[in-house]
Design a protein. Structure first.
Length: 84
């Protein structure tokens, strides 16, 4: 059973030590904290500003897709509008 953190609205996000069936970690060491930063600050900074941060090296769509399971649906959709 993977180690997950459960949040208030029954929204389960992946934990930093979740593993694949092969035994490897699901996330690179710096990816999990980065995804959590986006999750926690998208409302504070706003979707436009967060998109600027994600798309700094022109790979925002790829990063956003990788972070999909970390973000609430509303935040993901709002950020996706900038990537269109």
């Amino acid at each position: 059973m993977p180690a997950c953190r459960e949040l208030v609205h029954s929204n389960v996000i992946p934990g930093p030590f979740d593993r694949l069936p092969s035994g490897r970690y699901r996330f690179r060491p710096l990816f999990w904290p980065a995804a959590m930063f986006v999750r926690q600050n998208v409302k504070t900074l706003g979707a436009g500003e967060m998109w600027k941060i994600l798309n700094r090296d022109h790979s925002g769509k790829k990063l956003l897709e990788q972070m999909r399971e970390f973000l609430p649906i509303e935040d993901f959709q709002e950020l996706s509008q900038f990537g269109s």
